[in-house]
Design a protein around this ligand. Structure first.
Ligand code: ADP
Length: 225
């Protein structure tokens, strides 16, 4: 089905496999996301949310199970395909912005575009358009250190969306912000996601924010409920 963006089936992941201190995290975990759907991933700390997001975002690999992203098999993909998919199809947002401090907001958003070979003039224009969408049109020349936490995170959203991914993965994207800023930044994120029709999986502890998404999934005992 063409609007199937993420399909995980029977995923297992443990840390320190084969050792006495093995930590089983995902155990026969299944999850499907379709285009346009915004899903909250809710679970207590330590339940495996980051592990699941990192596997879905091709930042880590599962021990076994199947993983498809936009219809492509990722469980058996080579490094080049994984890198291309991560660059072109997936956007990732962390709790902390992870912007490069020596680059301006515009430059931070240009970098992933230039990594795909896009001309810098085109990447710059697109970065400015994205900043405009998040209400930061006049802050493009500022470095992250000159911006507030909420502004930094809005720039991080623009960077994650710079290559128009099909799948957005966010790990507690507003977890580091005060409640009012968190609310605003979350609204901005939802607006961006809705405007593109991508699928999004957003880990959060905030039940109010989780309730504003289309679907809630819980991770318990290594499985999606
Ligand atoms: P969450 O994001 O829900 O807080 P994590 O995915 O970060 O959970 O972690 C799930 C479990 O895996 C925790 O018990 C954590 O301590 C453990 N864990 C995470 N990363 C590693 C690692 N690199 N090595 C060993 N254990 C890890």
């Amino acid at each position: 089905m063409s609007d199937l963006i993420l399909k995980m089936e029977g995923l297992y992941k443990s840390y320190n496999p084969g050792k006495s201190n093995v930590i089983p995290v995902l155990q026969d975990c299944d999850l499907t996301l379709i285009a346009g759907q915004v899903v909250s991933l809710v679970a207590p700390s330590g339940a495996g949310k980051s592990t699941l997001l990192h596997i879905a975002g091709l930042l880590d690999t599962a021990d076994s199970g199947s993983l498809q992203i936009v219809g492509q098999d990722m469980a058996n993909a080579d490094d080049k395909l994984r890198t291309d998919m991560r660059r072109m199809k997936i956007g990732f947002v962390y709790q902390f912005h992870h912007l490069l401090p020596e680059f301006t907001a515009v430059e931070n958003i240009m970098l992933p575009q230039q990594a795909t070979g896009l001309r810098s003039s085109v990447a710059r224009l697109h970065a400015l358009e994205l900043l405009d969408q998040v209400g930061l049109a006049d802050r493009g020349h500022h470095r992250p250190g000159e911006m507030s936490g909420g502004e930094q995170q809005r720039v991080a959203f623009c960077r994650a969306l710079a290559n128009a991914p099909k799948l957005l993965l966010a790990d507690e994207p507003t977890g580091n912000l005060d409640p009012e800023t968190s609310d605003h930044v979350f609204s901005v994120l939802m607006h961006l996601v809705r405007a593109t029709g991508m699928a999004a999986l957003i880990a959060t502890h905030n039940m109010d924010l989780a309730g504003r998404m289309d679907r809630q999934v819980r991770l318990s005992k290594g499985q999606i409920l």
